[in-house]
Design a protein around this ligand. Structure first.
Ligand SMILES: *Cc1c(COP(=O)(O)O)cnc(C)c1O
Length: 405
């Protein structure tokens, strides 16, 4: 039995089967490249669902983490520490918001936003206690907690986990009219992804985000943008909302904020919103810890250069040009923005999973979602040559499946 086969067998036997990983056991990585336990190399075209926007082992991020590891890693929020102020001020400046509430995982940032929006609704907007509603979109993915899956429309994510948290209204994604119709005097927030990642990199119609902004402002409702996957450079802008020049009331950040090193998430908002949370009302033992803040400061520093956003924009144009040429050749549709693509494979040809398994044999790691869609989101540090190589491997896989080779 190979080393990989042994480790996969043991993993399957001793871990819960809440994931269905590709049969590859990674041991080492640098930039956009992974090496498995057999010494085989793969191009990483998933980048930890956009957690690795800045690449594996990014020297600036690793150096910041190393330095912090030797000094101080955890205090809890019972005390201040010397990385906290700079992290909050830096991320606040990047988002243009007064305040940061740091947490760890993306789901915790979403949970924080739900709590903040409800409390804001009762204390500021004057919604009767216990009556707050939040408008969310069909096809959403905001995480895995019981409250969050309560408003998921994906049966796999939701079924069997009730009783569900009330207070959410689900409307069609991309329809401003649907949001308008769902809002009443109890509505405290509209929570959406500016681009739906897990749904298959689904872009709303042009102008949607601007309309959502207008509707929220007109109705005294908070616009909460879940930029956990779409934010921090992926789309060619710092935030996907930037594409329409839209500023939400709350940004939810995670994934790449941790630099691929540690889980770091945050809610960014102005003082009139985040100010509703007072001591003892919300928190997390690890939220805003010194190691997380040191890494977060490094990530904010990288984004402040603008280099990653520009690179995602340029490489994204190339990626979408090349992927466009595959439409009609085993590909039904390609969506996306920047270095982020959802590719619908002709279901008559293969499932997304089959395409990802074939890509793996060709040295490219990607992830399927919802049956026949595959997602490409390589680290932004990927070279142009490697990016084109990955698209060629996809073209090879599609011609193999079409029986052309
Ligand atoms: C991944 C993701 C989350 C959840 O983040 P976790 O760190 O896995 O809890 C929430 N929202 C969006 C848009 C995501 O992509």
């Amino acid at each position: 039995m190979s080393r990989s086969a042994e480790l996969i067998e043991l993993s399957e036997r001793r871990s819960a089967h809440n994931y269905h990983p590709l049969p590859v056991v990674v041991q080492h990585a640098e930039g956009a490249w992974l090496t498995d336990v057999e010494g085989r190399r793969y191009l990483d075209c998933l980048a930890g669902y956009s957690s690795l926007n800045f690449g594996h082992g990014n020297p600036t991020i690793i150096e910041a983490a190393r330095r912090q590891l030797d000094r101080l890693t955890l205090t809890s929020r019972a005390f201040f520490h010397d990385q906290f102020a700079d992290f909050c001020a830096g991320l606040g400046d990047l988002t243009g918001k007064d305040m940061i509430l740091p947490m760890n995982t993306g789901a915790e940032a979403v949970e924080t936003a739900v709590k903040v929006a409800r409390k804001w609704g009762y204390e500021v907007k004057g919604v009767p206690d216990g009556m707050a509603t939040i408008v969310v979109a069909e096809g959403n993915f905001h995480g895995r907690t019981t409250t969050i899956v309560s408003f998921s429309t994906d049966p796999d994510a939701r079924a069997g986990f009730g009783p569900y948290t009330p207070g959410f209204r689900v409307v069609e994604y991309g329809s401003a009219d649907a949001i308008r119709a769902a809002i009443d005097e109890t509505t405290v927030a509209v929570l959406i992804e500016p681009i739906q990642g897990e749904a298959g990199v689904v872009l709303p119609p042009a102008g949607y985000l601007r309309e959502v902004r207008e509707i929220c402002s007109a109705n005294n409702v908070l616009f909460v943008a879940d930029e956990i996957q779409s934010g921090l450079g992926r789309t060619g802008d710092t935030f996907a909302c930037d594409h329409e020049g839209v500023v939400p009331d709350m940004y939810l950040l995670g994934k790449a904020l941790g630099g691929g090193v540690v889980p770091v998430s945050a809610v960014a908002a102005d003082a009139d919103v985040l100010g509703v949370i007072r001591p003892g009302q919300h928190g997390s033992t690890f939220g805003g810890n010194p190691l997380a803040c040191a890494v977060g400061i490094a990530v904010v520093g990288l984004l402040n250069t603008g280099e990653y956003q520009a690179r995602a924009r340029q490489l994204g144009k190339l990626l979408h040009d090349r992927l466009g040429a595959l439409v009609g050749h085993g590909v039904v549709e390609v969506r996306g923005r920047g270095l982020w693509a959802g590719i619908d494979i002709d279901p008559a040809l293969a499932t997304g999973r089959e395409v990802c398994e074939a890509l793996m044999r060709h040295g490219v790691l990607a992830k399927d979602t919802h049956g026949s869609t595959i997602r490409l989101a390589p680290p932004i540090v990927i070279s142009e040559e490697d990016l084109l190589w990955a698209v060629e491997r996809l073209a090879d896989v599609l011609s193999e499946l079409r029986g052309e080779s």
